[in-house]
Design a protein around this ligand. Structure first.
Ligand code: G4P
Length: 527
């Protein structure tokens, strides 16, 4: 393996959570451990502030800032950690889903007060689909949250994943005393804003040790002994393979804002998280160890400033070595392209990079050559698979207000949807253009950008659909018949695939029952 050392050294992951669970705070603490930032508060610009949730220009401005923090790389204990940022705002959920295709594992933050929330469910669904290894961090233990056993049960049940506690909390809220590390058999007492050095831990050789009573008081020491006995009996030692296969999620308890319980998690992450993995393509499995370069685009960030129309395409390197100024094969366009100013994000500094290895993410300046899912290789023709498109939840018809600008409008719609801002459908057998999004904000973004970047003026007419389902069937005749009968509810996506636009769950279920030969899919893979 030519690049073995580089590959084994890398861990590429994302932190996911429902907004406000503590993702930004945790990110910041991890960066502090990695020495990537020196002061607390430095990552705040990364977050879309609550006050701005109804003002998309402000959100885009803040997202602009967040380009710099799209990937945060740092070294920790000889490991190169690539942390991919995901927008917390629910209207940008698709961005997050796509970023999840570029990581090898995730850390899921759950708020101990609120437990499993809507976004947690949706994000975990994507992780389960991809069998992504997950570590769970139960945050805000300094607040009066749910009972720890109930929380574990809730997470297991709601997210359909088996959990494996790695640390165990001693009380919570104002009585929170710390965590017991089940793996290292040590106690870490809770202090706010601890720097979490190794000296702070108390090694407990045997749980009957009286040091436990001295540190915690007899009552809490007794509870901990009982809890640990129970947990050890149920779970035993973690089998790292069951984590790597996505079946079992190790769980840590802590308080991100107090930097408590974070180091235990980071140390375990470094020990067990998967290095860059092999990946499926349309032609064959690409081994991460292959000498030849390959990678794919998972995110495109547009510059909203009309003076700088360039975009940044984010490339995940999957095999071989990416090199600056070297020609690579753009599979979809069947042309060779090279990049003179690719950049990476080590220590939060955007800097031009000469080469990058599997697991790395490279930012490429793009003038419109890329769309999400594009693959670059050293000549071979294949596409990386498993980059999903999810059913939108809001649908609107595009009404052109200026017929003189029809061409510009079409170009704009194609380019914006290539970036992944929204999905474009065309009514079957007609011309009606339908935009589908997960959030209302996207419509404002599209309207604004069509006008300012393409000179096209549009309004939107709401359509009464609730989901788009991609249609497949082993019986082409039946499918044809269905499409003919349901014409006004059928559309084509940009790749010409048929979708059924359902008015409600009831309609969808009825069609499913009446047409057993047809399959209705809520997701479609880009390739
Ligand atoms: P997000 O990125 O997941 O949306 O969450 P973020 O880290 O911004 O955290 C949301 C709020 O929760 C913040 O408070 C943050 O300080 C707080 N928080 C994070 N971790 C903990 C914890 O362990 N314990 C407690 N009690 N609070 C925690 P905020 O008031 O919204 O923002 P700020 O003004 O404090 O920064």
């Amino acid at each position: 393996m030519k690049y073995q050392d580089e590959i084994l050294k890398r861990r590429t992951f994302a932190i996911i959570s429902h907004p406000d669970a503590g993702k930004t705070t945790l990110t910041e603490k991890l960066l502090l451990f990695g020495g990537a930032i020196q002061v607390a508060g430095a990552v705040k610009s990364n977050k879309i502030k609550k006050a701005a949730t109804s003002d998309f220009m402000e959100i885009e401005r803040q997202r602009g800032i967040s380009v710099a923090t799209s990937v945060m790389s740092f070294e920790y204990k000889d490991t190169l950690v690539n942390l991919l940022d995901t927008p917390g705002h629910k209207d940008f959920a698709e961005d997050t889903f796509r970023t999840l295709t570029a990581v090898d594992s995730v850390i899921l933050v759950v708020d101990s007060v609120n437990g499993v929330e809507e976004q947690t469910r949706r994000l975990m669904q994507v992780c389960r689909m991809r069998k992504t290894p997950v570590i769970v961090f139960i945050n805000k233990m300094d607040r009066d949250g749910k009972n720890r056993f109930d929380l574990l049960e809730e997470i297991e049940k709601e997210l359909s994943i088996s959990l494996h506690p790695m640390t165990w909390p001693i009380n919570q809220g104002k009585d929170f005393k710390g965590v017991y590390d089940l793996h290292n058999k040590s106690l870490r007492l809770f202090t706010a804003s601890t720097k979490a050095t190794d000296e702070d831990t108390i090694s407990i050789g045997d749980l009957s040790d009286s040091v436990l009573d001295q540190e915690l008081g007899e009552r809490d020491a007794a509870t901990l002994r009982e809890d640990v006995e129970l947990i050890d009996g149920v779970y035993g030692e973690l089998d790292p393979e069951s984590y790597r296969s996505g079946d079992v999620a190790p769980v840590f308890f802590g308080s991100a804002v107090n930097n408590f319980g974070v180091k235990e998690m980071l140390d375990t992450f470094i020990r067990i998280a998967p290095e860059p993995q092999d990946r499926d393509t349309s032609a064959r499995k690409v081994a991460v160890s292959e000498d030849k370069f390959s990678g794919f685009i998972f995110k495109i960030h547009a510059n909203l400033d009309p003076k700088h129309r360039d975009r940044i395409a984010f490339l995940r390197v999957c095999s071989g070595k990416f090199e600056r100024n070297k020609y690579f094969h753009h599979v979809r366009l069947n042309k060779d392209v090279r990049f003179s100013n690719p950049y990476t994000f080590l220590a939060r500094e955007k800097s031009v990079v000469d080469d990058a290895y599997p697991g790395d993410v490279v930012g490429l300046f793009d003038t419109g050559n890329f769309k999400i899912g594009d693959t670059l290789t050293e000549g071979e023709d294949f596409f990386f698979t498993g980059i999903p498109t999810f059913s939108p939840e809001i649908f609107k018809e595009v009404v052109n207000k200026d017929p003189m600008k029809t061409k510009q409008l079409e170009k704009g719609l194609l380019q914006l949807t290539d970036e992944g801002v929204a999905q474009l459908f065309t009514q079957y057998g007609g011309n009606k253009k339908i935009i589908g999004c997960v959030g209302e904000l996207q419509f404002e973004v599209i309207q604004y950008r069509l006008l300012h970047e393409y000179g096209a003026s549009v309004v939107f007419n709401s359509l009464p659909f609730y989901k788009a389902c991609w249609l497949t069937s082993t019986d082409p005749k039946k499918l044809e018949e269905f499409v003919r009968f349901k014409g006004s509810n059928v559309a084509e996506d940009k790749d010409g695939q048929l979708v059924y636009l359902a008015q409600s769950e009831w309609f969808l279920n009825t069609e499913r029952t009446n047409n057993p030969e047809i399959e209705f899919h809520f997701t479609s893979e880009i390739h």
